[in-house]
Design a protein around this ligand. Sequence first.
Ligand code: ZN
Length: 299
Amino acid sequence: MEKMTCNLPGGWIDPAGVVHREVLLSPLTGREEALLAENHKGEYASLVTTVLSRCVRQIGEIRPVPESLTENLLIADRDYLLLKIREATFGSQVQATVPCPWPDCGEKTDIDFLIDDIPVTSSEEKGPIYNLVLSPGAAFTQNGEKHRELTFRLPTGVDQSKVVPMLAQNEARALGELLTRCLQTIGSLNIETIEDIEELSPLARLEIEREMSKVAPKVELNMDINCPECARLFTLPFDLQDFFFGEMRTSRDLLYREVHYLAYHYHWSEQEIMEMPKERRRHYIDILADEIERLNSAV
Ligand SMILES: [Zn+2]
């Protein structure tokens, strides 16, 4: 597949308030596969931005698409694009092996699905700013005054890259940081630092979290799996980024073998072959295989 169009479940909202949803994307070339296979030590959020900035050709009326735009896309839109780029490059079929999480089992289970079958839910209201009125019990008290009205936006790739590295050290602090970044106002107060939301009660945080997840677009990466060994059901949060970049690493040797094979038979330069996406390389390899078989059977 050389080019693909798809619709973002959220969308990019430009400063004039226009929502851009239709995306034109191209598959990864061999050069990009090699680059990602070798550069796997970075933070996933910035690697995803690298992938998107290389493959996303157009969003709505915007072309070319600057990196500053792809990193500011909503998290679900970025996950969705990563899935679509995987589909355009390697196809829709995904096969992986996961261990059963029941401690007395732990048997390895094969999972097998199509990217097209992953449920994607578009957001109904596009924002970018959303309003919420907290319940009376969750009101925010500041200088003796109670406030219930607040505004927020949804998390983006930039938020992810700022917050994910903090998660391992201090999860509560990381979540507070994310909330500070996404909350815009509470009553008449503009939210700027994590100290601004210190007085927010756990109930208020819960109500905000629920509303955020209600209005956000979704890519459902949780899968229900039946363990074939112990026959119990478990839910697996499919780690998309881990899978995507892991697959890139394991397919690197195959990539170099394909380049060698094509260079050997066609005498094309490495550079020319690396500019091709996988599907085109496979196509030429299939033609060569047919040709070699035809020659062999003619002897
Ligand atoms: Zn099991």
